[in-house]
Ligand binder design. Structure first.
Ligand code: SAM
Ligand code: DTB
Ligand code: SF4
Length: 316
């Protein structure tokens, strides 16, 4: 099978792949995976939330939006020392990438931006690769982050363009895409994915994969989050995404974007070891490690070490 990279996928093709009998779909995704990746190595990333909560945006799934009464109360930003200590801890438990997060609408230049640039350089000097998720940014800001040593920029599209206004109203899909373009132009690797279980349809999920698969280059990293329901947000009681739908999404993304990393992201806490194994078989090859994501619990570092031992997976 020819599995070279393509940028001309159609919705029809992706739909046919997505709807294959499950085991055929997994076989096909696995075969693409084997041709493009070492199947026993995964990318292990650690999130550090520099600034938590108090975000002005209205993302209806998010614990950190100031528009909803959730368990999160806005916290003071972490200082550089604390961030570097957490990065060192992450390295000691096997992480190879650190993702620095700030709950905000867009990047603001000034003292905080300079501090983040210093953090990026110092973490890079520790031999770790660095990703940031700071909201929308301009090409000039992307360039400044690149100069500080940044490798990846995370900025999720979350869902289809059609469904987006049902999820967020304080920004447009187009604005989101402009930030991905800025990251590409500055030579940063794009990390962009979505959330399953927002109440979207299968077509919305396929449209999301299609949007990514038509980008040249494909996002280097595609986080696949399952909604973690947050009491107090409008999406607190959405129906959970069935496991096989998650597996189908991962496998379709793997086939459409053979060389990208696909990260099994938020929601792993509610997946058994066996369910996670199925996701790896379908083409996932990256995880967030650490007892906490940004605000919610994740699988513990010990549980992940055991899972990786059981499956014969090692970190990069
Ligand atoms: N504020 C920045 C932004 O929106 O780009 C960065 C942080 S934001 C929390 C990063 C991503 O986490 C979101 O785009 C969303 O995909 C994911 N996320 C946030 N809350 C989630 C939840 N409750 N369940 C699953 N994924 C979630
Ligand atoms: C991504 O796609 N998932 C991460 C990261 N990128 C920044 C965040 C998950 C957040 C889960 C909900 C929380 O911890 O608040
Ligand atoms: Fe703010 Fe990001 Fe949460 Fe949206 S997802 S409310 S932009 S922190």
């Amino acid at each position: 099978m020819n599995t070279s990279l393509r940028y001309d996928w159609t919705e029809q093709e992706l739909q046919e792949i997505h709807d294959l009998p499950l085991l055929q779909l997994i076989d096909r995704a696995r075969s693409v995976h084997l041709q493009h990746h070492d199947p026993y190595t995964i990318d292990v990333c650690r999130l550090i939330s520099i600034k938590t909560g108090g975000c002005p945006e209205d993302c209806r799934y998010c614990a950190q939006s100031s528009r909803y009464q959730t368990f999160v109360t806005p916290e003071r930003s972490l200082d550089k020392e604390e961030v570097l200590k957490r990065a060192a801890d992450a390295k000691a438990s096997g992480a190879s990438r650190i993702c620095l997060s700030v709950a905000q609408r867009d990047v603001k230049e000034g003292a905080q931006f300079e501090k983040i640039r210093e953090m990026i350089s110092s973490i890079k000097e520790m031999g770790l690769s660095v990703c940031c998720t700071l909201g929308m940014m301009t090409e000039d800001q992307a360039q400044k982050l690149k100069e500080a040593g940044l490798t990846y920029y995370n900025h999720n599209l979350d869902t289809s363009e059609r469904y987006y206004p049902e999820v967020v109203t304080t920004r447009t899909y187009h604005e989101r895409i402009k930030t991905l373009d800025a990251a590409d132009k500055a030579g940063l690797k794009v990390c962009s994915g979505g959330i399953l279980g927002l109440g979207e349809t299968k077509e919305d999920r396929l449209q999301l994969i299609l949007t990514f698969a038509k980008r040249r280059p494909h996002p280097a990293s595609v986080p696949v989050n399952s909604l973690v329901p947050i009491e107090g947000t409008p999406f607190a009681h959405r129906e959970k995404i069935p496991l096989f739908e998650l597996v189908r999404f991962i496998a379709t993304a793997r086939i459409a974007m053979p060389s990208s990393m696909i990260r099994l992201s938020a929601g792993r806490e509610s997946l058994s070891k066996e369910a996670q194994a199925l996701c790896f078989l379908a083409g996932a090859n990256s995880i967030f490690q650490g007892n906490k994501l940004l605000t919610v619990q994740n699988r513990t570092v010990e549980e992940d070490a055991e899972l990786m031992r059981d499956l014969g997976l090692k970190g990069k």
